[in-house]
Ligand binder design. Sequence first.
Ligand code: MN
Length: 237
Amino acid sequence: MRRPIVGYHRDAEGHWVAELACGHNQHVRHQPPWVERPWVTSEAGRRSRLGLRLDCVKCDRGEPPDGPIFVIQLHDASSQHYDFRLEVDGVLKSWAVPKGPSTDPRVKRLAIPTEDHSLAYADFEGVIPAGEYGAGTVLIWDRGHYRNLKGGEDPPSVAGQLADGHATVWLEGEKLRGGYALIRTRLEQGKDWLLVKIDDEAADARRNPTSTEPESVQSGRTLEQIAAEEGQDGNGH
Ligand code: MN
């Protein structure tokens, strides 16, 4: 299946990789001897090939996308919140978002940085027992892959953007889709961030998925069902 190029990055060895609209990545090198195609080595060359369609073998094989993952876990702890987590450099960078993400670009949602979590935690849904860190019920509210929205020559990594206090990513989840910005504020000595939907074709002020789509994307269950099935007596009380 032929898929358009939507961006580029370099892999860990410095080789240029084309990002395709399907979420798969493809090295831009010649068959042996495995040298970069000349056009990919200049910014003008890369720009000129944006939108060009490449054969995507991974699509033909039905493989999942290559991008880093994101997950949003609804967490019924001492106060209910959504944990927004992005895979960055092998860990889940995390923010607690009390009201959860919005699909309306006019709405800014407070996002408080929390501890990095291991990638394995992205699959966790269940009840954390009373007395343990994060005690309460956890529901996988949305998940999928994301990509860096910054383009251009040697675009800044998401890790670098987060260090600078302003990152933009495109989410491909089951409930959320489109561009989101994470912005560090000057309030609370820079400890508070905002999560804001970018005004793009996936923005929709009429949707309110945190209230209309409360179920887990993993199991279809609600918080109450997870607590009843896996907890001792609800959310640790
Ligand atoms: Mn939490």
